[in-house]
Design a binder for this molecule. Structure first.
Ligand code: FDA
Length: 310
C-alpha cells in the first residue's frame, strides 16, 4: 500500500487527529463534497436529485464501530426512521440502504448484530426496498459473510460486498455467484493486512486483475453483480465483459460514490445502464471522509487547502 494512503488510513483510527479534523472550520466544505448532509431530509433530497436523471441510490447512515449496545441500537433506530421516511416520500423504488455491521456491534456481539441487521432487513422488505451489508476490515470478512448468509435465509435479496484486494475474494465470489445473489464488487477501502501475510495483493495492478477475475466469475454465475468502481479502465473492461457474457441491462448494475465522477454517473445512466449512487449522510462522517481522502492524493490536497483557507 502506498505510504500516503497508509498514513491517512492510520489517521482514520487516531482520536487526536479525529478531534482536530472534525472541529476544523474548513472541514465542512470538503465533507459536503462526499456526504449528502446530516439529516434524513438531506438524504431524501439527494435521492430525489439522483432520481431526476435516472440514477438510483443506496443510503448509508454514517457510523461505525459501535462500542456499546446503546449506540448499536441507536443505529438500528436511525435506519428504521430512514426507511419510514423513504416510504413516506414514495422513494423506496429509488433507494435501498447500505449497512455496516460494525455500527450494529459486530465486533462485540455477532448474534446481537445479526438480530439488529434482521430488524433492518424486515423493515426494508416490508417497505418494498432492500439492504446491502457493506464489507469492512479484513478480519471481519468471515463474520460479515456469516451474517449475510443467515439474513439471506429469510431475505434472499440481501446484498453482499466483496473486496478484490483480498486474495480470498475469488473463492468468495464463486460461492456467491448463484441465482438471485446480489453482490457488490469493490477494490476495498480499508487498511489491508501486511502483504507478507499473504492475505492481500501488494500492488494496484494485482488488485485490478483480481477485480476483473472476480467480475468474470460473478457475470458467469446466476446472480446480480453490482460493480462498484470509478476506475475508467475497469468500467471499460466491465462493459466488454458484460457483452461477452450476454448480460442484458437490468441483470447487473454500476455503483459509484456520491460526489465522485458525477459526469460518469450521468453518462452511464444516459446510456441505459442501471446506476446506483452510494449516498452517505449523518454526523459521523470522519471515518468515511478519511477513506475517500486515502483513495486519491488530490482529495487530500483539496482538503488541506480548505482547512488552511479558514
Ligand atoms: P481507484 O481508487 O483506483 O480510482 C480510480 C479513479 O476513480 C481515480 O483515478 C479517480 O479518477 C476516481 N476516484 C476514485 N476514488 C475517488 C475519490 N475518493 N475521489 C475522487 N475521485 C476518485 N469499500 C469497501 O471496502 N467496502 C465497501 O462496502 C465499499 N462499498 C462501496 C460502494 C460503492 C458504491 C463504491 C463506489 C465503493 C465502495 N467501496 C467500498 C470503496 C472501494 O473499495 C474503493 O475504495 C473506491 O471505490 C475507490 O476505488 P476505485 O475502484 O474507484 O478505483
Amino acid at each position: 500500500m502506498e505510504p500516503l494512503r497508509s498514513l491517512i488510513l492510520a489517521a482514520a483510527g487516531n482520536d487526536t487527529i479525529r478531534r482536530l479534523v472534525t472541529t476544523a472550520p474548513g472541514a465542512r466544505s470538503v465533507v459536503a463534497r462526499f456526504v449528502a448532509g446530516e439529516t434524513v431530509d438531506d438524504a431524501l433530497a439527494a435521492v430525489a436529485a439522483l432520481a431526476a436523471d435516472g440514477r438510483h441510490a443506496t443510503l448509508d447512515h454514517l457510523g461505525e464501530n459501535a462500542g456499546d449496545p446503546a449506540s448499536a441500537e441507536s443505529a438500528v433506530s436511525a435506519y428504521l426512521g430512514l426507511l419510514d421516511a423513504l416510504r413516506a416520500g414514495a422513494l423506496t423504488g429509488r433507494a435501498e440502504v447500505s449497512v455496516k455491521l460494525s455500527a450494529l456491534g459486530l465486533r462485540a456481539d455477532e448474534p446481537a448484530a445479526l438480530d439488529r441487521a434482521a430488524r433492518i432487513c424486515a423493515a426494508a422488505h416490508q417497505h418494498g426496498t432492500g439492504v446491502t451489508i457493506d464489507m469492512e476490515e479484513h478480519d471481519t470478512v468471515d463474520a460479515t459473510l456469516r451474517v449475510v448468509r443467515e439474513l439471506r435465509r429469510t431475505w434472499p435479496s440481501v446484498g453482499a460486498v466483496l473486496q478484490s484486494y483480498l486474495r480470498r475474494t475469488e473463492a468468495d465470489a464463486a460461492a456467491l455467484a448463484v441465482e438471485g445473489s446480489r453482490v457488490r464488487l469493490c477494490k476495498g477501502a480499508y487498511a489491508a493486512p501486511p502483504t507478507s501475510s499473504g492475505t492481500a495483493f501488494a500492488t494496484a495492478s494485482e488488485v485490478d486483475l483480481s477485480y476483473v477475475r472476480c467480475a468474470n466469475i460473478l457475470l458467469a454465475g446466476g446472480g446480480y453483480p453490482m460493480f462498484a468502481t470509478h476506475d475508467p479502465r475497469l468500467i471499460e473492461v466491465l462493459g466488454e465483459r458484460v457483452r461477452w457474457y450476454g448480460r442484458r441491462e437490468g441483470t447487473y448494475e454500476y455503483q459509484l460514490l456520491f460526489g465522485v465522477r458525477p459526469d460518469e454517473q450521468r453518462r452511464l445512466a444516459a446510456e441505459g445502464e442501471t446506476v446506483r449512487v452510494y449516498v452517505p449522510f449523518g454526523e459521523q462522517w470522519y471515518g468515511y471522509l478519511m477513506r475517500r481522502l486515502a483513495e486519491r492524493p488530490a482529495n487530500t490536497a483539496f482538503f488541506l487547502r480548505a482547512l488552511a483557507s479558514r
